[in-house]
Design a binder for this molecule. Structure first.
Ligand SMILES: Nc1ncnc2c1ncn2[C@@H]1O[C@H](COP(=O)(O)OP(=O)(O)O)[C@@H](O)[C@H]1O
Ligand SMILES: CC(=O)OP(=O)(O)O
Ligand SMILES: [Mg+2]
Length: 370
């Protein structure tokens, strides 16, 4: 059976996994990278690739965050595809550079091994026109390619499918609100297995509060900082992408630290926690309205899988919507699980995401057709 290496370069971590057929034969995680720029990612990757036994590889599958208008399926990386991903860097400044570094390092160390790109945006290409459009002049939007794309698609697709399986329901008749809460964070309303709408937009900056990203803000803030505050456009970009979110509100992007400080009575950490969780709750309400019927709400990724206090706060007070969390089930640890009380109208689930498995599976489909 063929061996596949998967590289998932996120904004704060590099995850890698080596598959031999369906089995995982090696894996690792390098955390807290990215603060020192792409050099960080290059070093982490070179370390990984020298530590693992990469003989007999059939392919390397790469997570690529922004695929723009062009990519809606897993794609063999050619020079031309590489250039197209590079052209999208301005729309995913924390991610596409790291993804390109991953491809470059893999090409350098594994010459002749096919490289396959799996795009975060692909799952959301089914979003209806009203979910993709921003309400601005359509001629301006058309000229500059301004539209909503959505991200974390590999994760939203995987956990919504696993949610249906856990609940023993057919995917095509299951509506799930998936909450991917990692360093980057996004919500998705998945209707019958398809993305209906998601909180990230043209770039991974829109929507929920994140580790270092603001999520939704009034665009006037940008004009004001430019015109009145005298900040440059690049400074504002840096502020909103790298120095906002939990980091901006409390000086730390790691939810573990925010929780520890909140427990100790720290006001900034308490405010950061509240802004973060109330934003999630607002999206859950909005997406319940858009879906009409909600069968499940599923938490995933670093914060969603591990933080009982965040899960509790995000859904507190939603009993009138049939959404509730059982405190003991929420506090227990484990793999795929239901944390709502028995008989609740909406199942609340925790599903560990597995972007790497999904990427390996999709990489094999490309190999099978080329
Ligand atoms: N036990 C925990 N409690 C709260 N947050 C946690 C815990 N473990 C991990 N996290 C959070 O998960 C984040 C990383 O999530 P992850 O999905 O791996 O990120 P990414 O893929 O975006 O780099 C960390 O920044 C940290 O805040
Ligand atoms: C798209 C995105 O924000 O990814 P990550 O959560 O890995 O930073
Ligand atoms: Mg991630």
């Amino acid at each position: 059976m063929s061996r596949i290496l998967v590289l998932n370069c996120g904004s704060s971590s590099v995850k890698w996994r080596l598959f031999d057929g369906p089995d995982t034969v090696g894996k690792g995680l390098v955390e807290r990278v990215g603060t020192g720029g792409p050099a960080d990612h290059d070093a982490a990757l070179s370390e990984i690739m020298s530590a693992a036994d990469l003989s007999g590889l059939a392919a390397v599958g790469h997570r690529v965050v922004h695929g723009g208008d062009r990519f809606s399926a897993p794609t063999l990386v050619t020079d031309e595809v590489f250039a197209a991903v590079r052209d999208l860097v301005p729309l995913a400044p924390l991610h596409n550079p790291a993804n390109l570094t991953g491809i470059e390092v893999a090409r350098r160390l594994l010459p002749g091994v096919p490289q396959v790109a799996i795009f975060d945006t692909a799952f959301h290409r089914t979003m209806p026109a009203w979910a993709r459009a921003y309400a601005i002049d359509t001629s301006v939007a058309g000229k500059w390619g301004i539209q909503r794309y959505g991200f974390h698609g590999t994760s939203h697709a995987y956990v919504s499918r696993r949610t249906a399986a856990l609940l023993d329901r057919p995917v095509e008749h299951t509506n799930v609100i998936t909450l991917h809460l990692g360093n980057g964070a996004s919500a998705c309303a998945v209707a019958g297995g398809h993305s209906l709408i998601t909180s990230m937009g043209m770039s991974p900056l829109e929507g929920l509060v994140m580790g270092t990203r603001s999520g939704d803000i009034d665009p006037t803030i940008i004009f004001h900082l430019r015109r009145v505050g005298g900040l440059g456009v690049d400074e504002i970009d840096d502020l909103l992408n790298r120095r906002s979110g939990l980091m901006g509100l409390a000086g730390d992007n790691d939810m573990r630290e925010i929780e520890a400080r909140r427990d100790a009575g720290d006001e900034a950490a308490t405010l950061a926690f509240d802004v973060y969780c109330q934003r999630v709750k607002g999206y859950v309400g909005a997406y319940a309205a858009l879906l009409g019927r909600v069968d499940a709400v599923t938490f995933t990724a670093g914060v969603g899988e591990n933080s009982a206090p965040v899960r509790e706060a995000c859904l507190a007070g939603l009993d009138p919507f049939g959404i509730a969390v059982d405190p003991d089930r929420n506090a227990a640890r484990g793999g795929e699980r239901v944390i709502s009380p028995d008989g609740a109208r909406v199942a609340v689930c925790v599903i560990p995401t597995d972007e790497e498995l999904e990427i390996a599976t999709q990489t094999r489909t490309v190999l099978a057709t080329t």
